[in-house]
Each structure stands twice: as C-alpha cells, then as structure tokens.
Design a protein around this ligand. Structure first.
Ligand code: PSU
Ligand code: MN
Length: 307
C-alpha cells in the first residue's frame, strides 16, 4: 500500500493489512495523558498481547518525530509511555506535529484519521470523548471524526466525566449508530448502566461486523460499539457521580480548559476513588481490545469470502 511519506507502518502491520489479515488500531493518548505511570506502559503492552491472543495484529498509533506511526516497536512504546513532555494530539494538531517533527499520543480523533488512511477498520479504546459538563461548546473532536471515518470503535461508551445525554444526542445528529454489545443499556465507562439506551444491539462479533459493513455500504462512517465494562471492577453510577462532581468543581476553580480537562478529571477521579476508577479503566480497556480482535477477524473473513 502506498501512503504519503509521513506515514510509517511497522513491517508487521504493513504485512497484515496487505494480506487482508485482521488488524486492531489502538490509540496512544490513553498512554501519554490518560493513565499514570507505570500502569500506562503495562496497559499498552497488555492490550497488544490481548489483540494478538485474539488472533489479530495490534497497531498502536502515535506520532514519533513527526512520523505517523502505525504499529510501534517495543522500544518506541516504552519511550512514549515514559516521556511526560510529549504532546496530546487531536485531529487539529496532526499537521503541526508532522511539520515540526514532534512526538505525541494520538487521541481517538487523530487515531481514527490515521487508521482510516491505513485501511484499518477496527479500533479499541476505553471511553470516547464527548460533550463536557457545564461547557456545552467543549465537544471532543472524537465525535465529528468518528462520524467521518469508516471504523468500528469499541469502547465502554463515552467517559463518565462528560455530559452523557448530550453526547448521545450528538451521535444521533452525526448519524453514528450507538450499538450495545450484548446489552440494551448504554454503559457509562466505569458503570454498566448510564440510565440511557443505545440505538441498537448486537449479540456477537459476527453481528457487529455485519451491521458495520451494511453501514459502510450505505455511505456511513464510524460505528460506536458500546461494550459494558467488566462487572468485577465496575462501579455504581451514584458512587462515581460524587467524585466527578467534585473533580469538575476543582477543574472549574483552577480554570482548567481545553485539552487539559479530560486528563485532569480522569486523574482526580482516580485519586478520589482510591484507585478504583483506575482499576475499572484498565479492565474495560482490556475487555474492549478482546472484543475488537473478534470483530476484526469477522470483518477479515467476510472480506475473504467476498473476494
Ligand atoms: N479512553 C480512556 N482514557 C483516555 C482516553 C480514552 O480510557 O485518556 C483519551 C482518548 O484519547 C480520547 C481523549 O480521544 O481521551 C479525549 O480527549 P478530549 O476530551 O480532550 O477530546
Ligand atoms: Mn475539549
């Protein structure tokens, strides 16, 4: 596959894409800005291992020295996770990072773009961005980018720190199907239920793949596949809510804005919950990677049958 020079596919990922093998994209802002050290690197490595065990090739995406890297070498992943000064790169930030030969973790939005250009069709993350509480104009670029790029995004819904009803309305406006995986409930990231409903439900990876392929045939872009977080580490909504309200009040008082809001809230909720939210976050990320590998396999085998 010929991509512009700024793209750098790892040999493993390049081969998998070329042969129509299942590939799962993984984002890197969760590594650089979403999780504390050393859990961030451990998590990044286990997500890759889970995708491999599931029979797919992991493609962790990041920008390193201005190159759009699709699939990282172990040393690159380590360097990224241990460098506290790398950038958080959303869609709007990619051109500057490339031009300035900078490095950074790519958000869901930026990862969607790079993955779509590389013809990857499945992507696993923890929770997608969305509409922030209190400031309805702070809407993550994750939303319009998901509407545009034809991928299945496996996540536990939007991050609970957000205004979930407003975020769900945005998906409807943008024409993004919000599909529950084995559930009618729209999950709330740390919690199994948000009190909101999904627009559809599937009960297997094969059904998810079929729905996505049909959406793409109809000219659609992204599909949000909402998987409930594992019950062992999930937290009741009421309990989480108190921590979020406190963290948001602190963010407002300290005038935290823009790109800093989500990392601040996630870190503060982890502190206020004595690490319980972190455990839930790690568990759901792994769960989503496992499901994404299954869907990638379904999509790849359907492609072979149609060839
Ligand atoms: N999921 C997690 N932790 C994270 C993120 C997702 O479990 O840190 C990241 C993703 O990269 C997502 C970003 O794109 O948070 C959203 O940032 P913002 O709200 O600034 O758009
Ligand atoms: Mn924002």
């Amino acid at each position: 596959m010929k991509l512009p020079g700024m793209f750098k596919l790892s040999p493993e990922v390049s081969k998998a894409i070329l042969h129509g093998k299942p590939v799962v994209a993984l984002e890197s802002t969760v590594i650089t800005h979403g999780l504390p050290r050393p859990q961030n690197l451990e998590l990044a490595q286990s997500l890759e291992a889970i995708v491999r065990e599931g029979g797919a090739t992991p493609a962790t995406i990041a920008v390193i020295d201005g190159e759009l890297c699709v699939g990282l070498e172990p040393a690159q992943l380590e360097a990224l996770a241990n460098n506290p000064s790398v950038r958080k790169l959303s869609s709007r930030d990619l051109a500057a990072a490339v031009a300035q030969k900078a490095s950074g973790g790519t958000t869901v939005a930026a990862t969607l773009r790079i993955a779509a250009s590389s013809r990857i069709r499945v992507f696993a993350t923890g929770g997608i961005g969305g509409v922030h509480r209190g400031s309805q104009w702070d809407i993550s670029a994750d939303l319009p980018e998901l509407a545009r790029q034809p991928l299945v995004l496996v996540c536990a819904g939007a991050k609970a720190i957000l205004d979930l009803p407003a975020t769900l309305e945005q998906f409807e406006t943008l024409g993004v199907p919000v599909v529950g995986y084995g559930s009618d409930n729209y999950p709330a990231f740390y919690s199994v239920e948000s009190g909101l409903s999904t627009s559809n439900r599937v009960d297997s990876a094969a059904e998810a793949a079929m729905l996505a392929r049909t959406h793409w045939q109809l000219g659609g872009g992204g599909v949000l596949l909402a998987a409930p977080p594992p019950v062992e580490t999930a937290i009741e909504r009421e309990e989480v809510e108190a921590w979020i309200v406190q963290a948001q009040a602190e963010a407002d008082a300290q005038d935290i804005r823009g790109q800093r809001v989500s990392p601040f809230l996630l870190a503060r909720v982890a502190e206020l919950s004595n690490g319980r939210s972190l455990q839930a976050n790690l568990a759901l990320l792994k769960n989503n990677a496992r499901i994404a590998a299954e869907i990638a396999k379904e999509l790849a085998s359907a492609n072979t049958l149609n060839a």
